[in-house]
Each structure stands twice: as C-alpha cells, then as structure tokens.
Design a protein. Structure first.
Length: 262
C-alpha cells in the first residue's frame, strides 16, 4: 500500500495547478481514453512477443491510466482510488463464491458460465426488467472483431446460435456470394454492408472453431509485416526500390520468406 500511495502522491503532483505538468493538467476523462486503449494494446503486444522483460513497464503505463482517472474523479468529487479498489474487491469476492463462499464449481467452464449468469443478474438489478437486454454492457469501444465475438457469445447464451460449425461455414459462403453480387451492382453502400456481414460471419466461424478472431488477425498482421520487411530488406540490398521491382519478383521474395518460416 505504501508503493500505491507514493504513486498517488506523484499523480497529485502532476495535476497540481502550481508546478504540475501542463499536458497532464489539460487531460479529461474523454481525452485519456485513446491513451488507455493504446496502453492496453501495448501490454497485449509485449505478451504476444513474450517480451516479459518489458511487461512490468507496460503494465505500469496501464496502471498510470487508472491512477489518472481516479485523480480526475477525486478532483471532481465523483470517486477516488479508494472507491476503485473497494469496487474491485467487492466484485472479486461476489463473483467468486466458489473461492470465498460455499458454492462448488467443477472446472473453468462452470466458472465461466456462473460468471456470465451473475453478470446478467447484475445487469437486471441496475435497470427495470423490461429494459434489460442480453447485449447490455458490451462496450461499443471494443475493437470491432472483439465486439462481434462478444455479441455472438451473449446471444448464444440464450440459444441463438448455430448447433455446430456447419452453420457458420454455410453462412460464410452465403455472405461471400452476397458480397460478390453487391460488387457486381456497384452500389457502394451495399458493398460496405455486405463486407460487414462477411466479416461478422468470419468472426462467428472463428468462434465456433474456438479461435479468437482478434488475436488471429493480429497474428496475421504480424506475419504480413515480417514477410514484407523481408522483401524490403532484400530489394534494398540489391540497390533497388520496391516500386521499380516486378510484382513477380516481389511474389518470389514473399514465397522465400514463407519458406523461411517468417
């Protein structure tokens, strides 16, 4: 707790009207959101690269966001760091009765199911029953692929889901055909809508294959970057420019990178 208090003292110093940091003094709840998302992705990035040497630093940057929001809350007399920690403590205890209470759950699957059921009851307690939706509390700020998966999982909890992977496979082919028809019709709005449906169907298929579409796409992005950088390196080593190289030559270098396991 002493370490946390020192961090809180530093945060207060940064926001001090006299002698504080001009940038920190300009920040608001809304202006911090992009930085919070960026810091969360940087944590995900170092974990994906197994760069555990730098993980404490990235986690510290993410913790700084929590401290900053808490400081803003205290200044506006809305809430403080103590409230944040108290809310977290209550949530951890109330959502883990199999650890802190008498409930008995057999495995991680039962824990996940009980967790979702408890969250649903909490949603219902916060608003009149007539207004409760299974899709409540799915943040609109989530990356689109992650949000699609979460929406699908919520719907699946009440039985709105394909019984097996054959349904998502068929739906993916159906959406591909509909996109082709939209492209043939050259209606920009229709093309965009059908592309969205195709991506949503791809996420659904990934979910049924127990694949996280967001993580899979991040891995594909990283793979593309490694292979493209290989092409750049080889072409530059030959004293050439990419734009002056034939596509067939670039494709050959791509295949070379692929064979090399990049």
């Amino acid at each position: 707790m002493a370490d946390l208090q020192r961090l809180r003292d530093l945060m207060q110093r940064l926001r001090a009207p006299e002698g504080g940091c001009p940038w920190d003094l300009e920040q608001t709840f809304s202006s911090l959101v992009p930085h919070t998302l960026e810091e969360a992705y940087e944590v995900a990035d170092v974990i994906a690269r197994a760069d555990f040497e730098h993980l404490p630093g990235e986690l510290g940057d993410l913790l700084f966001q929590v401290l900053f929001y808490s400081q803003l809350g205290e200044e506006q007399q809305r809430f403080g760091m103590d409230d944040v920690m108290s809310a977290l403590e209550h949530k951890l205890v109330s959502r883990h009765p199999h650890v802190f209470g008498d409930e008995r759950l057999a495995d991680a699957a039962e824990v996940a199911s009980a967790w979702e059921a408890r969250k649903a009851r909490e949603r219902g307690a916060r608003q009149p029953q007539s207004l409760v939706s299974e899709l409540d509390d799915v943040p609109s700020s989530l990356p689109a692929l992650s949000r699609a998966r979460k929406l699908q999982k919520r719907a699946a909890r009440v039985g709105f889901d394909w019984p097996d992977v054959n349904g998502p496979w068929s739906k993916l082919h159906e959406e591909t055909d509909e996109l082709a028809q939209a492209v043939a019709g050259a209606d920009r709005g229709e093309i965009e809508a059908e592309m969205g449906d195709l991506l949503f169907a791809a996420v659904n298929l990934a979910r049924h294959l127990d694949i996280d579409a967001e993580a899979a796409l991040r891995a594909a992005n990283a793979k593309f970057e490694r292979r493209f950088r290989h092409i750049e390196t080889v072409v530059a080593g030959r004293g050439q420019r990419l734009e002056d190289s034939a596509l067939s030559e670039l494709d050959a270098l791509w295949d070379e990178a692929k064979r090399a396991g990049l």
